[in-house]
Design a protein. Structure first.
Length: 94
C-alpha cells in the first residue's frame, strides 16, 4: 500500500504482513515519514491465484479517522480484473 498526502507527498511502499481472512478486520500499525493528512491510497496484492474483496481501509492519524471505501474485488477474474486500486478519502473526527 502507498499512502499519498497533500502536495503528492507519499510513503514508501508499505507491506501489510500476515494473513487476511474472509469476513475479518485486520488492524496494522505502520510507521512512515510525515506526508500530512492522507488523501488517497493505492492498495494492491500480488496473489494471482486468489482474489480479495476489499470493503474499506481506515487510517487513524492526527486525531482523524480517514476511510477509503473500495467495495470491490482485487482479482484477475472479477470486476475490472485489476489487482490494485486507487482510493480517495472520506474523513470523520476521531
Amino acid at each position: 500500500m502507498t499512502i499519498i498526502g497533500r502536495d503528492d507527498k507519499q510513503t514508501d511502499d508499505l507491506l501489510l504482513e500476515g494473513t487476511f481472512k474472509q469476513d475479518s478486520i485486520r488492524k496494522c500499525s505502520i510507521k512512515s515519514k510525515d506526508i500530512g493528512k492522507p488523501q488517497r491510497i493505492i492498495i494492491r496484492h500480488e496473489d494471482r491465484t486468489s482474489g480479495w474483496f476489499l470493503e474499506y481501509v481506515e487510517i487513524f492519524v492526527h486525531n482523524f479517522l480517514i476511510r477509503f471505501t473500495a467495495n470491490r474485488w482485487l482479482n484477475e477474474s472479477k470486476h475490472d480484473r485489476n489487482l490494485s486500486v486507487e482510493l480517495f478519502s472520506t474523513e470523520q473526527p476521531g
